[in-house]
Design a protein around this ligand. Structure first.
Ligand code: PEP
Ligand code: MN
Length: 338
């Protein structure tokens, strides 16, 4: 359920409500909206206690039961669209954020070259995996902490923010020392302990949809992160498994308007993993901005032919720059800043 505070309710009144919610065995998630503050009430507490008594608290306008499974991710809890602040870079609202970089951090030279190019091309956030989830245990698994250090150096050098994957609860603290955004990869979308762990962290989380994940499952996974206290969640469509063989996965464009209808969270698109082929990245990125996506994540490599990971789907820097220029044109029509 949610408790709607009156406009102009005082902090003291809000705190009393939070206390009451917690004493009934729930977690309280206050959200200060432009119109009024709303307190999300989640968990397994004594519902009747809240339903029967909260109306008597001063500063409370109403209490509403949420029937949908999406308690914190849904629009009932928050009607305005969430804008996630990545250390000054705003994700959501009228912005269209560009996250780009190599699949994996391979070396300082490779990363710095890619970082300089994506910065030049118009990215605000640099991607690059230091912990790589690979299909084969014999493939390159990432440079781990050394890779994280290189990402931090690339941030120093370019001013770009860093998004990088964390695969294991035991690495959340380490990755959090270097990253500006935790990436939860498609294979870990439903790794609930990992979701709870990044949910306790104070950095935004990019949650990728599993290749077999439904919209509902994606949003329920975001609920895990938000329920643990971290409301800064960015969703990402990265292609799902279908019967199509020409592309690595099938980019599900319809998830963009559907999720925007159901949730206040921003959703971005990753056509690199979605298609597995650099040739299809630009068309789908352009379709996504038109369809209402809040951003793009794409792989860019200075030398894709020799990439240690995902070369065939990586854009060369020049193509990336052309894509961003085209997205800017479309952005003008659909009221997106980039
Ligand atoms: C990635 O972005 O590096 C990645 C492995 O993507 P996904 O989890 O979507 O496969
Ligand atoms: Mn990749």
């Amino acid at each position: 359920m949610i408790i709607l505070m009156e406009r102009g309710a005082s902090e003291e009144e809000l705190n009393k409500v939070i206390e009451k919610v917690e004493s009934a065995g729930f977690a309280a998630h206050p959200d200060e909206g432009a119109k009024q503050t709303v307190v999300g009430v989640v968990g397994e507490g004594k519902r009747e206690v809240i339903l029967n008594t909260i109306g008597a608290h001063s500063g409370v306008e109403d209490v509403v039961e949420i029937t949908k499974p999406f308690k914190l991710t849904g629009k009932e809890y928050k009607s305005e669209r969430s804008v996630i602040d990545v250390d000054g870079v705003k994700v959501g609202g009228d912005n269209f954020v560009i996250m780009a970089g190599p699949c994996a951090v391979e070396s300082k030279e490779q990363l710095f070259e890619a970082a300089d190019h994506v910065k030049e091309g118009g990215a605000q956030i640099l991607r690059g995996g230091a912990f790589k989830p690979r299909t084969s245990p014999y493939s390159f698994q990432g440079l781990k902490e050394k890779g994280l250090q290189m990402l931090a150096e690339a941030r120093e050098r370019t001013g770009l923010k860093i998004v990088t994957e964390v695969m294991d609860t035991r690495d959340v603290e380490l990755v959090g020392k270097y990253a500006d955004v935790f990436q939860i990869g498609a294979r870990n979308m439903q790794n609930y302990p990992l979701l709870s762990e990044v949910g306790k962290a104070d950095k935004p989380v990019l949650l990728k949809r599993a290749m077999t994940g439904t919209y509902k499952e994606l949003l329920m996974c975001a609920e895990y992160i938000m329920g643990a206290g971290n409301h800064d969640v960015i969703l990402c469509e990265r292609g799902i498994r279908t019967f199509v063989n020409e592309t690595r996965n099938t980019v599900d464009m319809s998830v963009i308007p559907v999720v925007r209808e159901l949730s206040h969270l921003p959703i971005i698109i990753d056509p690199s993993h979605g298609t597995g082929n650099w040739k299809y990245v630009s068309p789908l990125a352009k379709a996504a901005i038109a369809a209402g996506a809040d951003g793009l994540m794409t792989e860019v490599h200075p030398d894709p032919e020799n990439a240690l990971c995902d070369g065939p789907q990586s854009l060369k820097p020049k193509k990336f720059k052309t894509l961003v220029d085209e997205l800017r044109q479309i952005g003008k029509v659909v009221n997106r800043n980039l």
